[in-house]
Design a protein around this ligand. Structure first.
Ligand code: BT5
Length: 256
């Protein structure tokens, strides 16, 4: 499928990214998954800096093969290819979530927060999700941000939100993209600062949580984030557990 180059040139997006590491922007009308495209390109030897954007995905995915939903043109769906010297997936996820949060604040005026391990949230609902995947020395990190949804479908209404719903006005996806890539570029230039910045924006810390793991659920208080990005939970049965991969539900203090 040929890249949709008109959007890039019409808005001068490539020119606006000239000072960043993101020198190859490919924007598609429709694609299976921007992460799949970028991983295929990585296997074929593409260098760091490839950015893949789509108006619509036919097989957008989240973690563990879950579906990532979006009507056409309602979301920013973007993946970037990073190469060695590039962060490990966990750090790439943190940097990407931080950059998306910063872009949402700058472009939509929405003060979003982060939810461990891979969400950007507003009003307690998911506004964006991040998926980092490694292949050899390459890391592809993708983000889906709900931008102009108008109304949410029933199945997402309780758990998701969108920039337009939070801001009360439509939000420009191309501006959000440019701002996101500038913010991500800066995060990647200063990876040492990422964990502390991520921690400061993390809504999960200090919350009662249910951690849903393949080897069983755990309830307790999220008390810390360790150097590897693992969530440290003080469990109700008195243990201190480092959680590396899981889903987390923020509970109200009274939930049990
Ligand atoms: C994620 O997974 O949150 C990672 C999402 C990454 C999507 C981007 S889009 C560009 C790039 N190309 C891809 O193919 N993927 C990346 P996870 O934490 O597993 O959350 C998935 C769950 O979120 C689903 O099972 C739904 O419950 C919910 N969900 C699906 N679509 C959503 C949406 N638009 N907004 C909020 N929640 C959604």
């Amino acid at each position: 499928m040929p890249p949709k180059s008109d959007i890039c040139s019409d808005r001068g997006l490539t020119e606006r990214l000239r000072r960043t590491r993101f020198g190859d922007l490919r924007w598609f009308d429709r694609i299976d998954s921007t992460n799949t495209y970028a991983l295929d390109a990585a296997r074929a030897g593409a260098p760091e800096g490839l950015v893949v954007v789509a108006d619509e995905q036919t097989a957008g995915r989240g973690r563990l093969g879950r579906r990532w939903e979006s009507p056409a043109r309602a979301s920013l769906l973007v993946s970037v290819l990073l190469r060695p010297g590039s962060p490990r997936p966990q750090r790439a996820t943190m940097a990407t979530a931080l950059a998306m949060r910063q872009a949402i604040d700058a472009v939509a005026g929405v003060d979003a927060r982060l939810k461990w391990p891979n969400d950007v949230v507003a009003s307690g609902k998911k506004l964006a999700g991040v998926l980092a995947e490694a292949d050899g020395d390459a890391v592809v990190v993708g983000a889906g941000c709900n931008v102009n949804w108008g109304a949410l479908p029933d199945e997402l209404a309780d758990t998701a939100t969108a920039c337009d719903l939070e801001a009360g006005a439509p939000v420009d996806r191309a501006e959000l993209l440019v701002c996101f890539l500038h913010a991500l570029d800066a995060c990647l230039d200063d990876l040492q600062a990422v964990p502390a910045d991520y921690r400061a924006a993390l809504e999960t810390l200090g919350r009662r949580v249910r951690v849903e793991r393949t080897n069983g659920d755990l309830e307790g208080e999220a008390v810390d984030l360790d150097a590897d990005g693992a969530l440290v939970v003080s469990s109700d049965d008195g243990r201190r557990v480092s959680v590396h991969a899981a889903d987390v539900v923020h509970l109200r203090p009274t939930d049990s």
